[in-house]
Design a protein around this ligand. Structure first.
Ligand code: GLC
Length: 482
């Protein structure tokens, strides 16, 4: 077992440089948590973890703090493609930014044109693997995330067959199984990589995520429950039979949250900071939030909050319908987020119909999000599927009691009647019933505060997850060398 373990962590996005969704939080936090594990807590191993992400246009625009590291080229059938690599430090974590024509060709992190993304992320994945050679830094583990980096795992296996990267193990973590990526047959061929004979279903054997899953030494996902769900027809998106064949290499490790950035005791976005001991002060955040939103400033009306990307996955439509079903109850609601136009419109329509109690704030607003966590009473998260979910953990840390669909990471982080409320079926009726349950408990201050305090006492730190990842890396490495 090496005394230093080199891990290259690959993702399309990483906080604080570029963030679209929860993947960025993970890529921003987990590598740092791994680096800061004391060696004595993980069998004397020192982790040299480094991150690589594409040099997206949004990063290029403010690239002044980036240091040029190296440039090289990748052979491609229609002419070599230049790769430029830059580096920045996020605290002491080295983050590499991989730039080149295919990255520049798409103006956004994820474009709406599959052919641009197919080439961009094939290039990124292959260039990242080659970067380790250019740096003379031999990775023990390639830890790729989602389809955007999956081809690094695929290419690694083909290279291992050729005797290269012999000691390098691979992990592919799934954050979103339905996003398999576009057909990359042509892209792979152009970079000289064949399509392997696989046991994947026909429709999947040309797509990056399935190819990566096929090639990975270990398949990861971000909660134990989702790891089980992936093996079922309901959640497996047609890959369940394939995944079942590999169930022994599948591990679900719960994400953490950044306990320093998300801390109600110090969060500057809040009107009043508070802890579990000074919970009464939280009422002032609720009043401020009601005031800001132009809702009646009444401490006794339960305030429901949603902070979410507006996507079918997140079940915002279920919440809108459920709220209609419980209009006989006293409540107010704030819905914050952007995304799918239809869902945005539906949220606005609910506000138009119930202007005295509903606010649809259709934008990305990190500050308001924190004020919702720190001021609202109940947090709704009715996701149809949720590999992990971060907002419910942040909500609990801020004393906002979650009502969640009993799926994936939601089920693994929210404890019924102890820290929140769960419902089994993703339907408006089931959600409405769970909200009613919460509304019934709400007036009982002691019981409600117990729910809040239990939530605030949960350990959602990354350190716990990081230790599990080291154990996973070690077991994969020992299999590779045995
Ligand atoms: C994706 C998943 C979400 C998870 C996040 C980070 O966004 O949908 O459940 O929390 O990735 O792993």
């Amino acid at each position: 077992m090496p005394k230093t373990m080199n891990v290259l962590f690959l993702a399309a996005e990483a906080s604080p440089f570029v963030k679209i969704g929860g993947l960025a939080d993970v890529a921003g936090s987990l590598p740092r948590a791994l680096r800061s594990l004391p060696a004595e807590s993980v069998d004397g191993v020192n982790l040299d973890v480094r991150v690589a992400i594409p040099l997206h246009a949004v990063i290029r625009a403010e690239a002044t703090a980036l240091r040029s590291v190296t440039s090289y080229s990748l052979p491609r059938s229609d002419g070599d493609v230049d790769v430029q690599v830059f580096e920045a430090r996020s605290e002491d974590l080295p983050v590499y930014f991989i730039g080149g024509g295919p990255v520049n060709a798409s103006g956004s992190v994820y474009s709406s044109r599959p052919e641009l993304d197919g080439e961009k992320y094939t290039f990124f994945s292959l260039a990242a693997l080659e970067l380790t050679k250019q740096l003379g830094w031999q990775p023990d583990v390639i830890h790729a995330n989602d389809w955007h980096a999956a081809l690094a795992v695929y290419a690694l296996l083909l290279k291992r067959w050729d005797g290269d990267f012999a000691g390098t193990a691979s992990v592919l973590t799934v954050h979103n199984l339905p996003f398999a990526g576009p057909d990359v047959t042509g892209n792979l061929a152009a970079y000289g990589l064949p399509l392997a004979q696989t046991d994947l279903p026909d429709w999947a054997h040309t797509l990056p995520l399935p190819l990566g899953l096929w090639a990975a030494d270990g398949i990861g996902t971000v909660s134990p429950t989702y790891a089980q769900e992936m093996l079922t027809p309901e959640y497996g998106v047609g890959l369940e039979m394939f995944l079942r064949q590999r169930a022994d290499t599948l591990t679900g490790i719960l994400n953490g949250i950044d306990m320093d950035t998300y801390n109600p005791e110090t969060d500057e976005a809040l009107t009043v900071n508070f802890t579990a001991e000074t919970l009464a002060a939280r009422a002032r955040n609720k009043a401020a939030l009601q005031g800001y939103l132009g809702l009646e400033e009444d401490p006794d009306i339960p305030l429901l909050g949603i902070v979410s990307r507006m996507e079918p996955q997140k079940g915002v439509d279920l919440a809108l319908k459920a709220l209609r079903k419980i209009r006989d109850e006293p409540w107010q609601a704030v819905i914050l987020g952007t995304g799918d136009r239809k869902l945005e419109l539906a949220a606005r329509r609910l506000q138009a119909q119930m202007p005295e109690r509903v606010r649809a704030e259709i934008r990305f607003d990190g500050q308001l999000a924190r004020q919702v966590y720190g001021g609202a009473d109940i947090f709704l998260m009715p996701s149809r599927y949720e590999p992990c979910g971060l907002s419910q953990m942040i909500a609990m840390r801020y004393g906002c009691v979650p009502v969640v669909h009993a799926t994936g990471g939601l089920k693994d982080t929210v404890k019924p009647d102890e820290t929140g409320f769960l419902f089994e079926k993703a339907t408006p009726a089931a959600l409405a019933k769970a909200i009613r349950q919460a509304l019934t408990v709400y007036p009982d201050r002691d019981r409600w505060q117990a729910l809040q305090r239990n939530g605030m006492a949960q350990d959602f730190s990354w350190t716990r997850s990081a230790k599990q990842y080291v154990a996973l890396y070690q077991s994969l490495l020992s299999k590779l060398t045995s």
